[in-house]
Design a protein around this ligand. Structure first.
Ligand code: SF4
Length: 104
């Protein structure tokens, strides 16, 4: 199986999540307005601030919620690159990870 894009950054993110990084997994943005607010906040970060992106978007390295939401079913997930295509994130992800910007 391919490692996907940017293996070095993938490892950095994997290690940060495995170290127990606390992220803002809640509240989930129930409305478009709330989603847009989180996206706008992400845009204020330095694009290289990976930790900040993970914290603000509520990253987890496992599925989340009663329906076990995962990147794999999210509209922003690019399977061939194992990549999150949400412009405000634009990071390597694994299919069974999750963040609160999840959308189907
Ligand atoms: S928006 Fe979140 S859940 Fe969706 S692919 Fe990106 S990181 Fe995964």
């Amino acid at each position: 199986m391919s490692e996907g894009d940017d293996p070095a950054l993938r490892k950095t993110i994997t290690d940060l999540l495995a170290s127990g990084l606390e992220t803002k997994v809640e509240p989930f943005p129930k409305t478009e307005k709330e989603f847009i607010e989180i996206a706008a906040e992400l845009r204020t970060l330095d694009p290289k601030d990976i930790k900040g992106k993970l914290v603000l978007s509520g990253f987890m390295d496992h599925p989340y919620g009663p329906e076990s939401w995962r990147c794999m079913e999210c509209i922003y997930y690019l399977a061939h690159r194992k990549w999150c295509d949400l412009p405000e994130l634009a990071v390597p992800v694994e299919p069974d990870w999750y963040c609160r910007l999840w959308r189907m």
